[in-house]
Design a protein around this ligand. Sequence first.
Ligand code: NAI
Length: 348
Amino acid sequence: MVFLCAVYRLFTLYLSGMKITFFSSQPYDRSFFEKFNDSTGFELQFLDVALNEQTAIMAKNATAVCVFVNDQVTTAVIQQLAGLGVKVIALRCAGFNNVNLVSARENGIRVCRVPAYSPEAVAEHAVAMILTLNRKTHKAYNRVREQNFSLNGLLGFNLHGKTIGVVGTGNIGQAFCRIMLGFGCRVKAFDLIANKEMESIGVTYHPLMEVLNSDIISLHCPLNEQTRHLIQDETLTYIKPGAMLINTGRGGLIDTKSVIGALKKGQIGALGIDVYEQEEKLFFRDLSANIIQDDDIQRLMSFPNVLITAHQAFFTDEALSQIAITTLNNVLQLVKNSNLKDQAALLA
Ligand code: NAI
């Protein structure tokens, strides 16, 4: 026992000499990662700047960098990191569309992510967006505070009996399907592979065009070359007129200009987005005193039937705890034996 304790102590001492540099970090990242670093003992450096060609140099002396959704981990950035001796790029998120995995492999850098931290967090946020857009609770809240007790303009519809189209039935899509089945909805899904467990609880799989013909459509697939601008002028013609579209996946799943056109025509009846194609210039910071140069988001914000949240679907206590625990463990395993037990977490 004494021997084991000594080995453990030596190992934590060894790790304490290893630095993880965090890019795009927020105060909540620091508090959750520091809370769970006791057992791993890395040196943690928190930077609020995003990772890019200009800032990569700040990872000097780091064994690993920890990045988030809008850090641009391009070939040029990876080459710089490799030159600095960085061994691991740890994503503290599930999506990895912002990392060039081929370059990472070529430069001998391991890449890991948190494949499933709290799928319910994102699924529940998608449902919150549906309920808000449908029953207009955001408007009711403001009205009642101004002593306006009128109901005009607040009419919604029953979710019970409605058809929900789900694109992508991975961890988050499955959690979302379960909730919507609980509301008494009919759930139609599109995925590259039909999930047997989902089928057994009542989800039916169909071609994409059929799934888009639903009362509410929710996107839960990753962003990649096949799914970029999945919703654009042509696919919008398959959407049931007046349908609600929810995107908590990645902004690039939607061609913003096409969707603005569809909102103007009433082809889309309501839009809820937690992600936005140009979000890296906007999200995760307070720009309330700035002049926003992005005309598309300004146009979207002007629609009464559009709800935008700033990439907060993951933002629950449970999810942040799991993200910190898994990320630190991923780096620990890669440093220790250059492999991961959870193969879904290993990207390169
Ligand atoms: P997952 O990997 O468990 O599931 C993705 C599913 O999409 C899989 O079933 C896969 O087969 C399917 N898929 C892949 N290509 C497809 C295609 N071309 N068409 C239809 N389906 C396709 O991923 P998970 O955990 O469910 O997350 C999904 C996405 O949600 C992530 O890639 C990420 O972009 C996004 N996300 C957003 C968050 C937020 O805070 N807004 C937080 C976490 C994830």
